[in-house]
Design a binder for this molecule. Structure first.
Ligand code: SF4
Length: 318
């Protein structure tokens, strides 16, 4: 029995659920659940690499070895992954895996040619993942481990991952407490996320890429912060850029995402029913340039779901 789940305080919700008997606010009990595992080609180029072959049977490889965990502690109203973050169907709830199974899955993804192991929305399973990552590294996992999270994390929980995670890929979704309260019932998000991201930066530092003819510009270590621009800049990505430049410096990677589209319950919020305007997005790109934040990525603005994997249709993890 995992003690951390008896009165769970793993994330800033600190809901205190006994996850051996019930679900926490993240929607998960004590059982590790994986929705999907795949070689993903839709992440930032330094994470996904070049798409060469998706056929895991032949070991061709390429792509990010992505494992999507069920449940989420943040649960934004516009979540593009809501089938798994707020699972209401057996498919969405994914498959229960033991820690040893997850270790084996990581090693299988490496064998399939994955550039890294990309753990998506992992935080509420941290104690189990710590063991799985350590076991996988002990059995020859040599590719980087990516912690791909909402940014709504506890510093204490993150500290327990020191030395196990190579690349942190957090969102910084809201720098406005009212927006965080309205869209995720988490007015403490800005404060919690900046503390969490500062801890991530302490652990892994600036983004470093493989270079040279073999490297292909893949990330090997460091921090890459994702800013999903909301319509009308409702999450205040401008304040996020200022915070990054002032507190982490200009060497931090920033991915300015323009791929918002109204998903899940966004239609209930009039201001979220539309896409992001070109004008709003370009103003943020200019701000990045002014601040000297020139390591990272921008995207074409669009209400496209092209890079979002189809969770319910994708092949299962097992
Ligand atoms: S991880 Fe889940 S159960 Fe634990 S404190 Fe957060 S919401 Fe509650």
């Amino acid at each position: 029995m995992n003690d951390a789940f008896t009165c769970c305080t793993l994330c800033p919700r600190t809901c205190g659920a006994n996850r051996h008997e019930t679900q926490g606010l993240c929607g998960m009990g004590a059982e590790l659940r994986v929705s999907t595992a795949l070689l993903h080609h839709g992440e930032e180029p330094c994470i996904s690499g070049e798409a060469t072959c998706i056929n895991s049977q032949t070991g061709g490889g390429g792509g990010s070895g992505t494992i999507f965990f069920s449940g989420c502690a943040l649960r934004c109203v516009f979540c593009q992954n809501h089938e798994i973050s707020m699972p209401t169907t057996p498919q969405g709830r994914g498959q229960a895996l033991g820690v040893d199974d997850l270790t084996a899955l990581m090693l299988e993804l490496q064998l399939s040619g994955a550039h890294n192991i990309n753990l998506v929305t992992p935080s509420h399973f941290t104690p189990l993942l710590r063991t799985a990552i350590a076991q996988a590294k002990g059995h020859g996992l040599a590719i980087p481990v990516v912690w791909n999270s909402s940014g709504y994390e506890s510093v204490e929980t993150l500290r327990s991952l020191k030395g196990l995670v190579d690349i942190y890929l957090p969102d910084l979704k809201y720098m406005d407490a009212q927006a965080a309260a309205r869209y995720a019932a988490a007015p403490d998000y800005p404060e919690a996320a900046v503390r969490a991201i500062a801890e991530m930066f302490r652990q892994v530092g600036r983004l470093r890429l493989e270079d040279g003819p073999e490297g292909n510009g893949l990330a090997k270590r460091g921090l890459l912060v994702r800013l999903l621009v909301l319509p009308g800049n409702a999450g205040r990505a401008d304040l996020a850029l200022d915070w990054i430049a002032q507190n982490l410096g200009r060497k931090v990677g920033v991915s300015l995402m323009g791929q918002y589209y109204p998903a899940h319950r966004a239609a209930e919020f009039p201001e979220l029913r539309r896409g992001v305007s070109q004008e709003d997005y370009e103003a943020l790109v200019r701000q990045m340039e002014r601040l000297g934040l020139n390591i990272g990525y921008t995207q074409a603005v669009g209400s496209s779901a092209d890079f979002t994997p189809d969770f319910l249709g994708a092949e299962g993890a097992g």
